[in-house]
Design a protein around this ligand. Structure first.
Ligand code: C2E
Ligand code: CA
Ligand code: CA
Length: 570
């Protein structure tokens, strides 16, 4: 025995040492006689794991049976090795069921005292709950991303021959809105609430982790595909209702992506990446849904990344590949072309012509919409300048993305371009989608009044697809309402669409708003619009969007006759 050991023995007894350590740590301590299988444990261990008492017989069986079934064998093997004298140490990490019914990773280290010195098999050790060691996220109380990866690594190692576990990534939809509308403390409470409630909805084989910000991950061990759908269905039902936190009501849905071990990825890095692709797909396609990873999804993602690169290169290369097409806008009474909507395209040798539905969202997420938007605006104004020579009342409608409106330099830029080309602002209409106008009406008011003070008209695009009520038309900040084409098709056969458009036309006219009907494809639809008294129409019936030279040839140089001839040809 060393001098220090002797001295300790002299000045205090072992109970005093045990007592002092118990009072000074969050860890759990145990002292056991393995011959009689009698354990003495600390009070916190009794409480946190709902154990029978400080002195418990057969604790290793009770304890062992509450260990996660994946980790249980390793525990019993180690205990057996101690009892049989094959090993003197015990050093394991495993998942343990807590008194709250949650899984908690613990690290258990113990040492068998030399049996020669004693008749008994004295085993003393410490159990550390890993949640207390930075493995758990402070906001939600859940395990962190690092722990999720660690568990996946472990499962991949273990299940490489079976591999039927899965990962679901969950992202709260529009969570920034919750943070911005209230504050970050409220946002944290929402995350905590979500984490706790979802945890209760999960089956025992699933565990949830807090990833980054508003993202969560659920690992489901040994499950079939349908099980994932069932888990998401429960989450879906939960999120699609109002919740209360700190006395405030909120509503927040969740988009999800799932990827399966082995089938979709053979390591944790790829599994997380693929589940993230699937979640991104859910988010970009209407949110509030689950998408299963597939190889098509990966190909599309690769294509998207490639497209982003090309768009970035083009923006640095004088917008090479971007060009505008123009779709005529026709006065319903006279059938004269009175204006055009500028619609952007992107073309590239490898990918061919790409439509704005595909690349505008990418320009928006990358911030490229600002420079590209300026290019589009300038090109459209330039064209307008050329055409008003022939048609003095011609108007050019230009689509603006919401992000462009938030650009503090927009006003200055618009004035600069109108001056540069000497185009009167009355020839310009800016189109903004209904959802963008309605969601941020207050904020956009000053922007609108500036544009209108110049003489530019504002059109509310895609009316009927957003959230506005018909009542709001009376206070609409727009001059023109463009009814979305989903209401136009089969108008002559569909009573709802017929009534809807009829009502919107009447309401708009009663408050002096002009109505443009989009997507008129058939003569029958045009006739209905005429009867209803719509002001202008746009649609394939007159023409698809076409390039500048062709538009000039068909609709500018030839005037009204040109339209009639063109329509007869198609
Ligand atoms: P939008 O502003 O509602 O434009 C009308 C879309 O409907 C155009 O699609 C047009 O080609 C299509 N369309 C017109 N008439 C008909 C018809 O009779 N039948 C059918 N089926 N479709 C018709 P496009 O050009 O693919 O543009 C899609 C959307 O992309 C536009 O919807 C607009 O929101 C956006 N976009 C287009 N150009 C620009 C732009 O320069 N800037 C911004 N920010 N967005 C743009
Ligand atoms: Ca438009
Ligand atoms: Ca539209």
């Amino acid at each position: 025995m060393t001098e220090a050991e002797n001295l300790i023995k002299e000045i205090c007894d072992s109970y005093q040492i045990f007592y002092a350590i118990e009072r000074s740590t969050d860890d759990y301590l145990y002292v056991a006689d393995l011959k009689t299988n009698t354990f003495v444990i600390t009070e916190n261990m009794v409480k946190d794991f709902a154990l029978p008492g400080r002195i418990t017989k057969n604790l290793s069986e009770i304890w062992g049976n509450r260990i996660h079934k994946e980790d249980r064998n390793a525990f019993f093997n180690s205990m057996e090795a101690l009892v049989l004298g094959k090993s003197k140490t015990h050093d394991l990490e495993y998942r343990m069921m807590t008194a709250n019914g949650e899984w908690c990773w613990v690290h258990c280290r113990g040492l068998l005292q030399s049996p020669k010195e004693s008749e008994n098999l004295i085993f003393i050790g410490v159990i550390t709950a890993l949640r207390n060691k930075g493995k758990v996220d402070y906001i939600t109380g859940l395990f962190t991303r690092a722990e999720c990866t660690r568990t996946l690594d472990y499962l991949f190692e273990k299940e490489s021959d079976r591999g039927n576990g899965s990962l679901i990534l969950l992202g709260l939809d529009n969570f920034t809105r919750i943070n911005v509308l209230n504050n970050h403390t409220f946002g944290d409470s929402v995350l905590r609430n979500f984490a706790q409630d979802i945890q209760m909805l999960l089956p025992p084989e699933a565990s949830i982790y807090h990833f980054d910000g508003d993202e969560f991950a659920i690992i489901v061990e040994n499950c079939e595909l349908e099980e994932l759908d069932k888990i998401y269905a429960r989450i879906y039902t939960y999120v699609n209702r109002h919740h209360m936190v700190d006395g405030l009501q909120y509503f927040c849905t969740a988009s999800a992506g799932a990827a399966r071990m082995m089938e979709d990825a053979d390591n944790s890095f790829d599994l997380i990446k693929n589940a993230a692709y699937a979640m991104e797909y859910s988010k970009n396609n209407g949110k509030n849904q689950l998408t299963h990873f597939s190889n098509d999804l990966r190909h599309n993602k690769v294509k998207t990344l490639k497209l982003i690169n090309l768009l970035q290169e083009s923006a640095l290369n004088h917008f090479k590949g971007f060009y505008l097409t123009y779709q005529p806008q026709v006065d319903v009474d006279t059938m004269n072309v009175i204006g055009a909507e500028a619609l952007v395209r992107f073309t590239e040798p490898e990918l061919g012509t790409i439509f704005p539905g595909e690349f505008i969202p990418l320009l928006e997420t990358t911030g490229l919409i600002l420079p590209v938007g300026r290019y589009i605006f300038e090109e459209a104004v330039k064209t307008c300048k050329e055409w008003i020579v022939y048609k003095p009342d011609f108007t050019m409608s230009i689509n603006l993305s919401y992000l462009q409106l938030l650009d503090v330099n927009l006003n200055e830029f618009v004035v600069h371009i109108l001056n540069k080309y000497q185009v009167n602002a009355r020839h310009i209409v800016v189109e903004l989608t209904e959802s963008c106008i309605v969601q941020d009406m207050e904020h956009l008011k000053s922007e609108f009044s500036f544009l209108r003070s110049l003489g530019i008209e504002v059109a509310m695009d895609d009316f009927g697809t957003g959230y506005s009520s018909l009542g709001m038309l009376a206070q609409s900040p727009a001059d023109i309402i463009k009814i979305d084409r989903i209401f136009t098709s089969k108008i002559d056969q569909n009573t709802f669409n017929h009534t809807f458009i009829n009502m919107v036309v009447k309401l708009c006219h009663s408050v002096g708003l002009e109505v443009c009907i989009e997507g008129v494809e058939r003569e029958e639809e045009l006739n209905v619009m005429k009867e209803m008294g719509a002001d202008t129409i746009q649609g394939y019936l007159i023409s698809k969007p076409i390039e500048k030279e062709l538009f000039y040839e068909k609709f500018i140089a030839k005037g009204v006759e040109g339209i009639v001839k063109y329509r007869n040809r198609t």
